[in-house]
Design a protein around this ligand. Structure first.
Ligand code: HEM
Length: 585
C-alpha cells in the first residue's frame, strides 16, 4: 500500500516545509490516523524533523530553525524514551522545574527530590474506592445541571471539564467560590503544558496572555489563595461545600508534608490538579467521540454503550471505555529530551538520536496502546520514573461522566447546517480538546420551557405604557380563556419592565415553541391591540400573519441566563397536573 503522507514528509528537504507538513498531518484526528497507519506499514521508523522552537542563552545567535527533533512512534521506542529520556522540557513550565514532572532523578534512593515529592503525592492521593466514587458522582451531578436544561451542549466545556473541575475541588477541598478561577487557571496551565509537549515544535507561542499580564496575575493570585486556604483549612465553607471525604482532603495531607513552604505546597497542589482536569476532559471527549465514530460487527459503538449504560452494566461499559482509551490515548503526546546518544527504531530504520535532541512521543501511533503505557508506564515498575500517580482517581470520574452522558435520551452529534455533516470533536495542536457539540431530546428530561418575550414601547412611552396597562386589564379574561384552552401553559404574566419602557410577557409552557406560539396568534386578539403600542411589532391582524408573529416572538425572546431553568416536576405536562384534579375549577 502506498504511503503518500509519510513519503511527502520524508522527501521534503526544506526544514520548515517538512515541519509544516508534519504539523498538518498531526494536528487533526483524520490526518493523524492516516500518517500513523502509514508509519505502521513502514515499521514505525522514528521520524526526524526540525523544531521551530528558539534556543536561548549561548545558542541564541545560532541559525534558525536548528533544533533536531524526532517523532517517536513505536510502542517499544516510546517505552524506551520514557525510561531513558530527560523531562527537561517540563522544567520550562511556570513552576521552573520544581514540580515533579519537570525533575529528572538525579540520585538513586529516597532522598532524591523527585522521589520525595512523588511519594508525598502518592500518599496524598490515597482515597478509598467509596470516597472516589462518592466524589465522582457528586461532581457529575453538579456538572450535569446546566447541560440538561438545553437541547444543545458542548461535551468538552459544558460537561467533561466541569465534571473534572468539580471532582478535584472535592478531592482537594476547594470551595465553590473558587470555581471560576480554578477553571481559568487549569485551562491556562494545561495549555502551557501541552504547548511544551507538542505546540512549541510547530508554533511560535501558546496564544495565551503573557503570564505577567494583569488578568493572568489576578487569576493566579486568587487561585493560589484558595489552594493555600484549602491546605491550611482556613476557607469559609458554606452548606453547599459539603465534604464527601471520610479522610482528610489531598491539600490538607500535602500541607503536613510542606509545613514551612507555602510556595512548594501550592506548586505541588496546582501541578496535580492541572494534569487531572486536562487529561480527564480529554479521556471523556475522546471516548464519546470514538463511540460515535466506530462500529463493531456493523453495530455503532455508541448504540452498544447506551444499552450498557441503560442496563446499568458497569463492567461492560468500563470495558468499552478502556477499549476506546486504548485507541484514543487521552494524553496523545509526551515530551522528552535525549539525555545521551541512544538508538531508536529497528532494522534498516535504526537511527542514532543524539544527546540534546528533542523527542515527541506519539502515544496514539502504535495501537492499541498498552493500558499502563497510556499512563506513562506501570506504577510498580520503577524505571518509568514519571508514570502517572493519579490514574486510580481518573477512572471513576471518567466512567461516571460517560455514563451520565450516554443516559441522555436521544443523544447525538449536532449537524453542521453548512455541510450536513456531524460536527467533529475540535482540538488544538491535535491534543487539547476544545469543543464537541452534542444534542439530546431535552423535553424527555425537562418538558417545560420558559418564554421571556420583551418588546420596546413606542413613543410617547409613558402614555403608551398606560394604555397597555388598561388594555391588559380589559383583555385579561380573553387571555385567561386562551391559556386555559391551550392546555400547555403552566404560568403566564405580563410586566412593564426597564423603567416601564418595555412590555414583557413571561410564560412557562410545555413542548414545541412554534405550535404553542401559533395557538396564541390564532386565539388572542389582545395581541393585535398591544402591538399598536410596541416597536418592531409583526404585521397585524396576527391571525393572517401567524408565521411573522412566531418570528417576532423568537427574535425578542430572551433566553434565561446560562439557560438555567428550574422545574420541581420536570416531566409533568399541564394535562398530567390537571388530570390529578389540580386544574381550574
Ligand atoms: C485520564 C487521566 C490521566 C491520564 C491519561 C494521565 C496520564 C499521564 C501520563 C501519560 C503521565 C506521564 C507523563 C510523562 O511521562 O511525560 C502522567 C504523569 C503524571 N500524572 Fe497523570 N494522567 C491522568 C490523570 C491524573 C490524575 C487524576 C492525577 C492526579 C490527581 C495525575 C497526576 C500525574 C502526575 C503528578 C504525574 C507526574 C508524575 C511524576 O513526574 O513522577 N494524573 N499522567
Amino acid at each position: 500500500m502506498p504511503t503518500p503522507t509519510l513519503n511527502a514528509i520524508q522527501g521534503e528537504s526544506n526544514a520548515l516545509l517538512r515541519n509544516r507538513l508534519l504539523f498538518e498531518a498531526l494536528r487533526d484526528d483524520a490526518g493523524r490516523s492516516t500518517l500513523y497507519a502509514q508509519l505502521k506499514q513502514s515499521g514505525f521508523p522514528p521520524l526526524p524533523f526540525t523544531s521551530v522552537m528558539r534556543r536561548g542563552g549561548k545558542d541564541a545567535d545560532k541559525a534558525w530553525p536548528d533544533v533536531r527533533a524526532w517523532l517517536v512512534t513505536s510502542a517499544q521506542d516510546v517505552s524506551k524514551v520514557l525510561r531513558q529520556g530527560s523531562v527537561k522540557p517540563y522544567a520550562q513550565l511556570e513552576s521552573g522545574g520544581s514540580f515533579m514532572l519537570g525533575q529528572d532523578e538525579l540520585s538513586q534512593g529516597e532522598l532524591c527530590p523527585h522521589r520525595v515529592q512523588r511519594n508525598h503525592a502518592l500518599c496524598a492521593l490515597k482515597f478509598d474506592e467509596a470516597e472516589r466514587l462518592n466524589c465522582a458522582r457528586e461532581a457529575v451531578r453538579r456538572a450535569m445541571v446546566l447541560p440538561t436544561k438545553t437541547y444543545h451542549f458542548d461535551l468538552v466545556a459544558d460537561v467533561a471539564e466541569q465534571a473534572a473541575l468539580r471532582y478535584i475541588a472535592l478531592l482537594f477541598g476547594l470551595t465553590a467560590k473558587a470555581h471560576v478561577y480554578l477553571q481559568l487557571g487549569m485551562r491556562a496551565g494545561y495549555t502551557r503544558l501541552t504547548f511544551q509537549i507538542i505546540g512549541r515544535h510547530f508554533l511560535p507561542d501558546d496564544g495565551l496572555a503573557p503570564s505577567d499580564s494583569k488578568n493572568a496575575v489576578k487569576i493566579r493570585d486568587d487561585l493560589y489563595a484558595d489552594i493555600l486556604g484549602a491546605a491550611h483549612d482556613t476557607l469559609r465553607k458554606e452548606w453547599w461545600d459539603e465534604n464527601l471525604l471520610t479522610h482528610r482532603n489531598a491539600s490538607l495531607r500535602l500541607a503536613a508534608d510542606y509545613p514551612q513552604d507555602d510556595e512548594m505546597l501550592r506548586i505541588v497542589i496546582s501541578g496535580l490538579m492541572v494534569g487531572t482536569v486536562g487529561n480527564v476532559t480529554s479521556a471523556i471527549a475522546n471516548t464519546i467521540d470514538y463511540f460515535f465514530c466506530e462500529r463493531s460487527h456493523g453495530v455503532r459503538l455508541i448504540d452498544m454503550a447506551v444499552l450498557y449504560a441503560r442496563a446499568n452494566n458497569g463492567e461492560a461499559l468500563r470495558g468499552m471505555i478502556e477499549h476506546a482509551m486504548r485507541y484514543r490515548p487521552p494524553a496523545p503526546f509526551l515530551t522528552r529530551t535525549a539525555k545521551h546518544d541512544m538508538l531508536l527504531g529497528s532494522g534498516k530504520d535504526r537511527v542514532q538520536v543524539r544527546a540534546g535532541d528533542e523527542l515527541v512521543l506519539a502515544m496514539g501511533a502504535d495501537l492499541p496502546i498498552d493500558p499502563e503505557l497510556m499512563f506513562g508506564g506501570a506504577l510498580n515498575d520503577g524505571s518509568y520514573v514519571h508514570s502517572c500517580v493519579g490514574r486510580h482517581l481518573a477512572w471513576p470520574i471518567i466512567e461516571e461522566t460517560v455514563r451520565s452522558v450516554l443516559l441522555l435520551p436521544g443523544l447525538s452529534q449536532r449537524i453542521d447546517p453548512a455541510n450536513n455533516l456531524p460536527m467533529p470533536l475540535a482540538k488544538s495542536w491535535g491534543a487539547i480538546c476544545d469543543e464537541f457539540p452534542l444534542q439530546y431530546q431535552r423535553d424527555r428530561r425537562l418538558n417545560q420551557q420558559p418564554l421571556l418575550f420583551v418588546l420596546k414601547i413606542k413613543e410617547p412611552v409613558a402614555e403608551n405604557a398606560r394604555k397597555l396597562m388598561l388594555l391588559t386589564k380589559a383583555g385579561a379574561a380573553v387571555v385567561e380563556r386562551a391559556l386555559e384552552e391551550a392546555h400547555n401553559v403552566h404560568f403566564a404574566w405580563f410586566l412593564l419592565v426597564e423603567n416601564c419602557t418595555h412590555l414583557a410577557f413571561f410564560t412557562v409552557y410545555d413542548g414545541d415553541f412554534d405550535a404553542y406560539v401559533e395557538h396564541f396568534a390564532l386565539r388572542v386578539p389582545l395581541f393585535d391591540e398591544q402591538f399598536k403600542y410596541l416597536v418592531d411589532a409583526p404585521p397585524t391582524p396576527i391571525q393572517l400573519y401567524p408565521k411573522e408573529f412566531v418570528q417576532t416572538i423568537k427574535d425578542h425572546n430572551r433566553t434565561a441566563l446560562v439557560d438555567y431553568f428550574y422545574s420541581a416536576y420536570p416531566t409533568a405536562c399541564v394535562a398530567d397536573i390537571q388530570n390529578l384534579g389540580l386544574g381550574p375549577r
